[in-house]
Unconditional design. Structure first.
Length: 317
């Protein structure tokens, strides 16, 4: 199998080939915003004119506070004397690190628990389902606040704050992966190929990893994109409420929005506008990708899009 053929089978690329019309436009727009977010995070040290906690010029002298956009500060400065453009760019790194850590941890734990619960059944399944439902019943932001307080204990260093936010978000996301994988495992356990593997004497671990896992994870890319957008909102909520990362440890959009609340009544719009736009555009990009993949996974919607595309081609011809 060639590299090009393998690349076409990747989740997002394969969905791009299947899309047409409005669905393709949504998917391309979402991919563009997501790629812009990732590039900003990767190139933040070179794109940001100043450090995320820098408040003085290299030649001496402090930054002006609440200064409007200018040549030295294209997006202005905050009430604390931080450069808004630099804070927004460095904040992409914090958001990306929390997304990767939170989603990866919740993915592995949720998939593992879902496989074990769905395949073994019995009292193990009942206990895990009750725990997952109990966690799922709590408001996600409230649970994240409680976990952040327990984990960070008031100390918000760079990686300590990132891991505290990631672990608190992981606890919220595990039940989602658990439910999806458990339902697929229960369905696949009754399939003939699984029963054949049981007859020939395959171990439960081999059946779960070789036969069930491969067929039960098809919807995970969709959940990954939707959970990534939820992770950004949860991180911003933690920072906005004062349970996030300290400004001297890392840049975080939710904290900057909290500090910009008092500026709104004074007509100072730039301190809250740009961090808010960063959150909105990033979440919009990830959501568009996830919703487009969800539509394309439905054969009825995909067929409808292809019919519209063929009809438009005939009319053009």
């Amino acid at each position: 199998m060639s590299l090009a053929t393998t690349a076409r089978r990747l989740p997002v690329i394969s969905h791009l080939g299947q899309s047409a019309g409005l669905q393709r436009g949504m998917l391309i727009a979402g991919l563009a915003l997501t790629v812009l977010f990732v590039l900003a995070a990767a190139l933040a040290p070179w794109l940001a004119p100043y450090g995320y906690a820098q408040m003085t010029y290299s030649g001496g002298g402090a930054f002006p506070t609440q200064a409007p956009p200018s040549a030295e500060h294209p997006w202005g400065t905050t009430v604390g004397g931080f450069d808004v453009l630099s804070r927004v760019l460095w904040g992409t790194q914090t958001a990306l690190a929390v997304i990767v850590a939170a989603v990866v941890m919740s993915l592995f734990l949720g998939v593992f628990l879902g496989l074990v619960s769905g395949y073994l059944g019995g009292w193990v399944d009942r206990v895990l389902v009750v725990i997952a439902d109990a966690i799922y019943a709590f408001p996600s932001l409230l649970l994240a606040i409680v976990m952040s307080i327990v984990i960070s204990q008031g100390r918000s260093s760079l990686w300590g704050g990132i891991m505290a936010a990631a672990i608190s978000i992981t606890v919220v996301f595990i039940p989602q992966y658990f439910r999806v994988i458990r339902a697929e495992t229960v369905r696949l356990k009754a399939e003939p190929f699984v029963e054949s593997a049981q007859v020939v004497g395959s171990s439960p671990w081999r059946i779960m990893t070789r036969h069930i896992l491969r067929n039960a994870t098809r919807s995970l890319p969709l959940i990954f994109t939707l959970n990534a957008s939820e992770a950004i909102l949860t991180l911003a909520g933690l920072g906005f409420l004062g349970f996030g990362i300290e400004p001297t440890a890392a840049a975080e959009w939710g904290y900057d929005l909290n500090r910009a609340l008092a500026d709104v009544t004074s007509g100072i719009w730039w301190t809250g506008l740009f961090p808010g736009l960063a959150i909105v555009l990033t979440v919009m990009g990830l959501t568009l990708v996830g919703e487009s993949m969800n539509d394309l996974n439905d054969p009825r919607l995909r067929t409808r899009s292809r019919r519209r595309s063929r009809r438009a081609t005939k009319e053009t011809a």
